[in-house]
Each structure stands twice: as C-alpha cells, then as structure tokens.
Ligand binder design. Structure first.
Ligand SMILES: NC(=O)NC(NC(N)=O)C(=O)[O-]
Ligand SMILES: [Zn+2]
Ligand SMILES: [Zn+2]
Length: 506
C-alpha cells in the first residue's frame, strides 16, 4: 500500500516546518555512526526515512522527524523529493517500524545474574529491535513482591539498560490479602502484577489460588493496572493418562503428557469469577486480567473468547516458540525446548496462528527465560528434571516473521502484536506506534534478509547454547534500533553508554 500522492502530509502536521527549509542534507549512514555515549549518532534532531514506514495503519514511503527523543513529525510520500533541514538517514527499502515491546522477559538481577542480567538482556533486546521490555518479578532473588524488593531491582538495573525497562510486581499469598502491602508495591511504580496458579519453581514466588487473585484484583482496580497470570493449574482430579508405568524422561512425549492442556483449562475455568469481576459494574472493574503464554489453542482459548464476549477486561498473549515449533519436531533429550506450558502438537500450532490472525490472541511476548546451562541438563537430556524456559529475546522479530510468512502476516499485524497492544497492556501511552508526540522507539529491519543462526552470528543474550533457535534459517535482519531517539544498535554494534531508563507507573 504505497502512499497515494507524492509529498502528501499527515493532516495533523499540515505544515512540516522542516520542508520549507532550503538545505537538503543526506548523511551517508555509516559516516553518521561513531558518536559516543547514548547514541551511535552525533545528533538528536534528524529524519529517518524509507519506502516502508509502518505508521497510521499503512506501509509506504515516509520520512519521520526525530527531535529530542520524540517523533516530531511524519511526512508521508516520496521523501526523496522532500527538502529537509536536518540530517536524513535514508534506509531505502528497509522497514521502519515501531520498536517491539516485550511485556514478558525474565532478567534475573539481582540474585541470578548468571542466568540473565540487565546488561546482557537489554543488549540482546536492542539487537533484536525490542525497545522496551517489562521484567517479570521472578527468577531474580529476591522476587519483586514488595516496595523494598522493587528498590533492589532498580538499584541492580542502574547504568545497565540499553533499552527502557518496566517491572511487573508479584502477587503472592503473602501480599494478596494485604491491600496496604500491594498498594506500596504499586505506589513504588510496578506497571501491574503477575501471579502463578501452579508452582513456579522459585521458592520465594509461591503460587496463588483464585481467591488470592480475586482479592488482589480489587486493589489493582484502584490503580487501573493489570494482573498477568501464568494460567496452569493442576486439576482437582488428575487424569493419569499415560503417566504411570515406565516413562522415558528423555522423551519429549513424556514431558508433554506431564502438563496437558487440561492444566491451562483448569486455571482459566478457575478464573471465571475473577474475570467476570473485571467487567462493567464488577467488584474489580478497572482491573484487567492478562493470560501469559497461552499454549492450548483449544478449550482454554475458547474460554478466553467467552470471557471477552461476556464483557470481561481480559487479554491473552502467546509466544514465538509456540508458533514456531511443534512437539513432533522436538528431539528427544533436547531440553532447550522445555518450557511451561509446553510446546504442543502441530495442529495446535496451526490453531494458535489462526487465533492470532483472527485477533483472539492479542499480542506476542518472548517469555525469554534462560537459566544457567547446567540446569538445562543438556547431556542427560532429562525433560522432567531440566529447568524450563526458552531463551529467545534477540530473535523474536525474525522468528515471528519467518514462521508467519506462510500465513501471510503483514507488517501492520506485527506492529499490532509486538508494539501497539503490548504498550496498552503496560500502560505506556507514548510508546507502541510511530506517531507525532510518541517516543522515537523504532526498529529498522530488512524482512527479506536471510541468515542462519550459526556460530558466526552475534548473540548478545547470555548462554547462546541454550537457545532452541540456534541453527535455524531465519529471515529478517535488524539494521538499527532507536530508543527515544538514541541509536542504540546499528551495524552489529551497541551504543557505548547504557541510556535506557526504568519505567515506573505513577
Ligand atoms: N520461572 C520461570 O521463569 N518460569 C517461566 N518458565 C517457562 N515458561 O517455562 C514462566 O514464565 O513460567
Ligand atoms: Zn509463566
Ligand atoms: Zn515467564
């Protein structure tokens, strides 16, 4: 969809002041690199342009003016004819898109920096076109469940962020019935809360039941912030379907059977009252329930559709690994693929894509959750004992694009799933789109560029060997990433200084 008329401007910007200026300045891209500090560019007022800018629900030629960290103006049309007063970075036919917002990443500082950390995690994010991420409250030690533990997070993050980072706090039994404890955590700036309906594997992050959740939501309603839920629950009567007898712990089928779709179903059924409470006139109207990493595209998904239809304030995410892989393809003993809920069969994957395309799944997130490689027990290959979690932060854009191409996904859909809807969930009103007044959080990438994730490929997150994507042939290469106007990543280099900021809710 190219812009209709050459030089036609976005109405809100009827007059783009820069256009009347006389000087056309085009900085050759590589020469514009080399600035020190927060940005690889030496200036903070410039234009970027390409033939494929994703803005205003369209994709076409446009130039975007970046000034003081914000998007100042958008000039739609054949920018090659524009006369601009400031430097222009001409990206040709590359795609200019809102930076990705990953609402589900585990950066494990303080306490477990050997699993993942703020510096490595946010460098990986920048290299992957992610400009904002929201950190999960567990896997660091201590877990982020109080005002004090959030402070420790903030201290640990200082001077280490290459992209902007917000924080979810934990809803756990200890604070769920204690509104003043929850309020102090919310007042300290967490963007919302997160809870688990099954054991999380982390000692200081115990599971909550639906009563804890219903109570926690009442406090969240006052703040109009969401509750994110890991929705797997061990059903009251467990089907012992195939789980007795001799089980080979190296077989993926064994792991798959150990966490059936019935667990997701049981959790979501148990949440029905809590979800209803979020609707108009409900006890926790103003709060919102977001189901993280949905894997079951059957009954669990149908239950979410029902909840939406009945007016509950709910959304749901899935992750690239559920869209890229299927149980049939997971090699026995390859614990890099172990995550919870598990990657299910190929038919389920098809149905997840369908739900995403139909808008029943609202957004995508990485659930980047690496661990110390020793805990993955890669030699032993024991799926039942290995630590779960997929390591993927840097690859989510090429993965979504590469595996989505056969379903005909569009750049606009990518922006909806990875930027616009996540920004809404995280309450970020000036992020998630390329629009005047918004933060200049931008990824520039080449969807057609193919590469193999082999040993020669720079991987910035910790422990490249535990990522299930290694060895895959992908398409979609990130050229440049801007965070609030700072060029934080370009040509395989990061800016020298870590100038991402912590995002705290007010
Ligand atoms: N402790 C974790 O990191 N858990 C995570 N692990 C996964 N998904 O396998 C998660 O989000 O549930
Ligand atoms: Zn989870
Ligand atoms: Zn997670």
């Amino acid at each position: 969809m190219a812009a209709s008329a050459k030089g036609r401007f976005v109405p809100v910007l009827a007059v783009v002041a820069a256009l009347v200026a006389a000087l056309l300045y085009r900085a050759p891209f590589s020469k514009s690199l080399g600035g020190e500090g927060c940005s690889l560019l030496p200036h903070d007022h410039f234009w970027i342009a390409s033939d494929r800018v994703v803005t205003l629900g369209r994709v076409g030629p446009a130039a975007v003016e970046v000034k003081g960290g914000l998007i100042n103006a958008i000039a739609v049309g054949d920018y090659r004819n524009f006369v601009l007063r400031r430097p222009l970075l001409d990206y040709g036919d590359a795609v200019i898109m809102p930076g990705l917002i990953d609402v589900h990443a585990h950066l494990d500082e303080p306490g477990r920096a050997e699993w993942e950390g703020f510096s490595t995690g946010t460098r990986a994010a920048a290299a992957g076109g992610i400009t904002t991420l929201v950190d999960m409250p567990l896997n660091s030690f201590p877990s982020t469940v109080s005002e004090e533990t959030l402070k420790l997070k903030l201290e640990a993050a200082q001077d280490k962020l290459y992209v902007d980072v917000g924080f979810w706090g934990g809803l756990v039994p200890e604070n769920a019935f204690n509104p003043s404890a929850l309020e102090s955590l919310l007042n300290a700036g967490v963007l919302g809360l997160k809870s688990f309906m099954c054991p999380s594997g982390i000692d200081d992050f115990p599971m909550t039941n639906s009563t804890h959740i219903e109570e926690g939501l009442v406090t969240l309603a006052k703040y109009q912030r969401p509750l994110l839920i890991h929705a797997e629950r061990i059903p009251d009567v467990e089907d012992d379907d195939g789980l007795d007898g001799e089980l080979d712990p190296r077989s993926y089928a064994t792991y798959l059977k150990s966490r059936p779709p019935a667990w997701e179903e049981s959790a979501i059924k148990d949440l029905q009252r809590a979800m209803k409470d979020t609707g108009a006139g409900g006890r926790s109207e103003g709060a919102h329930i977001h189901i993280v990493h949905l894997s079951d595209a059957k009954t669990s998904l149908e239950l979410m559709k029902d909840a939406k239809r009945s007016g509950a304030s709910v959304t749901v995410e899935t992750c690239p690994h559920y869209l890229a892989f299927s149980a049939e393809e997971v090699p026995d003993g390859d614990t890099r693929f172990k995550c919870a809920p598990p990657i299910r069969d190929g038919m389920n994957r098809e149905n997840l894509w369908k739900a995403l395309l139909d808008g029943h799944i609202d957004m995508l997130s990485s659930d980047h959750s690496p661990a110390d490689p020793d805990l993955k027990l890669m030699e032993e290959g024991n799926f039942l004992k290995a630590w779960g979690g997929i390591s993927s932060l840097q690859f989510v854009l090429p993965v979504t694009w590469s595996y989505g191409k056969k379903y005909g996904i569009t750049l606009n859909q990518l922006a909806t799933w990875w930027s616009e809807n996540p920004a809404k969930l995280a309450g970020q009103k000036n992020k998630g789109a390329i629009l005047p007044g918004y933060h200049a959080d931008i990824v520039v990438w080449k969807p057609e560029a193919q590469f193999e994730l082999d040993d020669s490929h720079s991987v910035y997150h910790k422990h490249r060997n535990i990522s299930a994507y290694l060895g895959k042939e992908l398409s979609g290469k990130v050229l440049s990433t801007f965070v609030r106007g700072n060029l934080v990543f370009a040509e395989d280099k990061h800016a020298k200084a870590a100038c991402g900021v912590t995002i705290l809710a007010k």
